[in-house]
Design a protein around this ligand. Structure first.
Ligand code: HEC
Length: 412
């Protein structure tokens, strides 16, 4: 039953996470667009720096932006923060369910760094916290006063982190962590800089004082970073489904290129929203870099099989292999799954094992008992239904798998 509960917890959190992301990124892209499209305001109240007209859903909207703040506090004020906090919280709990509970499968690569669960989780939390601390220090240092220098410094920081993480975790675990570090920076920008600065502005308005323009400037800088970092984060969060991105030799270089691709694409839209001539060159650069990513992904990962095989199996895996039903179950898996789920699949048209799932030798099969149960015992998702006329699992075969799984402790 354990597997069922964790799988539904993961689905529910993913559902929530995607919804909060839509709300956050939707409103954030919208406000960046409004901001960039502002035109000088005629006959506007004092303090208005620009205005814009929009039409949507059957009505016209006339938006005016006060550069620092209006003279007095408006009666009602809508804040945008829970979209961001909800995204971070749902994402963090989703990461706990997928990568901490399933650390053996998704986070740890014992051939890269052989650490127990708890240590992997400590490293994970430390990278999230330190990513923000270093970024914030860079922004507040003299480098932070020059936009171009700051962009280069933050970029170098992220690439160094990508290199380090791919040498601490599995490729998949590393990619989600780089995404999570950037996402933590983005939410911390909202939680620790943007919202507190806005609160200070509101407090000075309530006191009838003129707010400090530096507060708004700093908030704008961080909001601008969030804007440019959004597309790379979305790529990193989706990358877990694409082993060619995360499980090939130059995976960290791929991250470095994807940050640039996301950045230039944002630049295209940001420039368009300013009603300036479209910088079409950005699509040329993005396409060239993307083709470079595709080419880099054709270099297989350096084989760590020998090192992985030399390590003693974890107690859970050893228990799964010691089961008296293991041999029969393994034969079923090898006969019905390994033509696709191998480092070099023999199934025509498959360049790599689907989802990176390899099921062609004892230890890999034992380690993935929970996944096998989910895909081929509790459900009939595998082998894929479309090829059931060629490779199918008879009910007897599924019963052999079930008999094995019933004898081992929850692996997932
Ligand atoms: C004909 C090729 C083929 C065979 C045979 C096959 N699979 Fe798969 N498997 C796939 C493909 C393709 C995917 C990716 C599906 C997707 O994109 O959602 C996959 C995905 C998976 C996943 C990962 C699911 C996820 O979403 O993370 C597991 C686990 C899995 N298969 C187990 C098995 C088991 C167990 C068997 C044997 C009983 C099996 N597969 C047989 C092609 C195959």
């Amino acid at each position: 039953m354990d597997g069922v509960i964790w799988d539904w917890a993961s689905f529910a959190l993913r559902w929530l996470h995607v919804v909060t992301v839509i709300a956050w990124i939707g409103s954030s892209f919208y406000f960046v667009m409004v901001d960039l499209g502002l035109r000088p305001a005629l006959n506007a109240p004092k303090g208005v720096g620009g205005e814009t007209w929009q039409v949507h859903g059957g009505g016209f909207y006339h938006l005016q932006k006060y550069l620092v703040a209006p003279e007095g506090m408006p009666k009602e004020l809508t804040w945008f923060k829970w979209e961001s906090y909800g995204t971070w919280l749902s994402g963090f709990f989703l990461m706990c369910v997928v990568y901490y509970v399933g650390a053996d499968l998704y986070l740890i690569d014992r051939a890269v760094l052989d650490v127990p669960h708890w240590a992997a989780i400590v490293i994970s939390l430390a990278t999230l916290a330190s990513g923000w601390i270093v970024y914030d220090l860079i922004c507040k240092s003299p480098v932070g006063e020059d936009t171009a220098k700051l962009a280069v410094a933050v970029y170098v920081l992220l690439v160094v982190e990508a290199f380090a993480l791919t040498h601490l975790f599995s490729g998949r675990g590393a990619f989600v962590h780089i995404g999570a570090i950037v996402a933590t920076i983005m939410t911390a920008n909202v939680f620790l800089i943007i919202i507190p600065n806005q609160k200070k502005v509101v407090a000075s308005l309530l006191r009838g004082e003129a707010p400090d323009p530096a507060l708004g400037k700093q908030a704008k800088q961080r909001s601008n970073h969030n804007n440019y970092l959004t597309l790379p984060v979305v790529f990193l969060m989706l990358s877990g489904h694409y082993p060619l991105a995360f499980a090939t030799r130059f995976n960290w270089v791929i991250v470095a290129l994807v940050i640039l691709i996301g950045g230039v694409i944002r630049h295209f839209f940001n420039t368009m929203h300013q009603h300036k001539p479209a910088p079409w060159w950005t699509w040329g650069v993005a396409t060239a870099l993307f083709l470079l990513v595709v080419w880099l992904s054709s270099f297989p990962a350096v084989s760590t099989q020998a090192r992985a095989a030399s390590l003693a199996p974890t107690p859970k895996v050893a228990a799964a292999m010691a089961s008296p039903h293991f041999a029969a179950a393994r034969d079923v898996v090898v006969a019905h799954c390994s033509m696709c789920h191998a480092q070099e699949p023999v199934w025509e048209g498959l360049a790599a094992p689907p989802k990176g799932v390899v099921l062609n030798e004892d230890r890999a099969i034992a380690a993935q008992a929970g996944l096998i149960e989910l895909q081929a015992v509790r459900t009939n998702a595998m082998p894929p239904r479309g090829v059931a006329h060629i490779v199918n699992l008879a009910d007897d075969d599924r019963r052999l798998l079930a008999a094995w799984i019933a004898t081992i402790p929850a692996v997932r």
